[in-house]
Write a protein that binds this ligand. Structure first.
Ligand code: GTP
Length: 319
């Protein structure tokens, strides 16, 4: 059995203005927060104890997730007064876990359907210090890359480069041996990606790659967030209307759009490839395409919105 830490404390600057009042992991895809998709993924791998490592807008998580019993999990909260970076956050959150079990770390902004149980199994079979999920991308130039040797051991962490030596990239889900976490300094800003991992490899620690290229998406930008939601919705239909939403029969909802709970869509409105979160009001004959309408926002009658993020105070076009 393993336990988990979910990193959800970043500022999410690339998603402004959506992240002004909502932390990135609480933005919804296919009607529920990104974090909820990740809890389901962890649960499917047999994990029932999880610490949310929070910082920015930490107060938003507790009322929603509570003690986790609604999801059949035990959820605890570690709060950093100032963000400690990914490594510092892991060290701080691990204080709440009294365990000798493997600790799974999930980046709060990644949706992945890789086989986490198998990643944990391989980690334990190797008696590894850390095992990172690596995914293969067509063009690795925009990422740092992570080469492995013939035994699957990570040989280096390389920065972005014009001619990457491999198309394997860090996919943001790690299994740690708990004794390695205790070597990260307490109350100190540390990046696992830039400091801990390269240092472990340089010192000869057993850092393994678990390579699997299942569905994987970093939802750090508005376009990626929309893609994630559309991908999930389209697995079961052309659109998704959450319980409590009201849609006029003459409205057209299509392209994998999702209408959140307690939102209403007026007569003749057209919504295509978009996320409408909870409690929104979409006026008659409004047209919304490739856009994210955040909780509680209103789009007035006849307004046309394309490729934009809409909150209750602003509209910003998506680059
Ligand atoms: P951008 O500002 O748009 O880059 O987003 P971000 O702040 O979320 O940063 P990034 O995408 O690099 O973060 C990866 C994951 O780690 C996200 O799930 C963040 O919530 C989380 N994270 C980043 N920094 C911290 C931190 O200092 N503390 C905690 N608890 N989580 C963090």
């Amino acid at each position: 059995m393993a336990v988990a830490i979910l990193l959800v404390g970043g500022f999410g600057t690339r998603l402004m203005p959506l992240t002004k009042n909502t932390p990135k992991p609480m933005l919804t895809v296919a009607g529920v927060p990104v974090t909820e998709h990740q809890l389901a993924m962890a649960k499917a791998a047999g994990i029932t104890e999880i610490v949310l490592a929070t910082s920015y807008l930490s107060e938003v998580f507790i009322p929603y997730f509570g003690d986790g019993s609604k999801w059949g999990m035990k959820i605890k909260y570690a709060v950093e007064k100032e963000p400690l970076g990914t490594g510092g956050a892991i060290r701080n959150a691990a204080k709440l876990l009294d365990t000798n079990e493997s600790v799974v770390i999930l980046n709060g902004d990644v949706l992945s359907s890789h086989n986490l149980s198998e990643q944990i199994r391989q980690h334990e079979a190797h008696d590894a210090d850390v095992t990172l999920h690596l995914t293969q991308v067509a063009d690795a130039r925009a990422f740092g890359c992570v080469p492995t040797d013939s035994d699957g051991r990570v040989s280096a962490f390389l920065e972005k480069m014009e001619n990457p030596v491999t198309n394997q990239i860090n996919a943001g889900c790690y299994v740690f041996n708990p004794r390695v976490i205790s070597t990260i300094p307490l109350d100190t800003v540390v990046s696992v990606e830039r400091e801990t991992f390269p240092e472990l490899v340089d010192s000869g620690a057993k850092v393994f790659g678990y390579v699997e290229s299942a569905y994987w998406l970093d939802i750090g930008t508005p376009r990626a967030l929309l893609k994630a939601s559309i991908d999930i919705v389209k697995r079961s239909g052309d659109f998704l209307a959450m319980p409590g939403s009201t849609i006029d029969p003459t409205a057209v909802i299509t392209g994998g759009s999702c209408i959140g709970p307690d939102s209403s869509v007026g007569a003749g409105a057209v919504i295509d490839g978009s996320i409408i979160e909870a409690g929104c009001v979409i006026g008659p004959n409004a047209t919304i395409t490739d856009s994210f309408v955040a909780t509680g926002a209103e789009v007035k009658n006849n307004v046309k919105i394309t490729s934009s993020c809409v909150t209750n105070s602003e509209i910003l076009s998506i680059p």
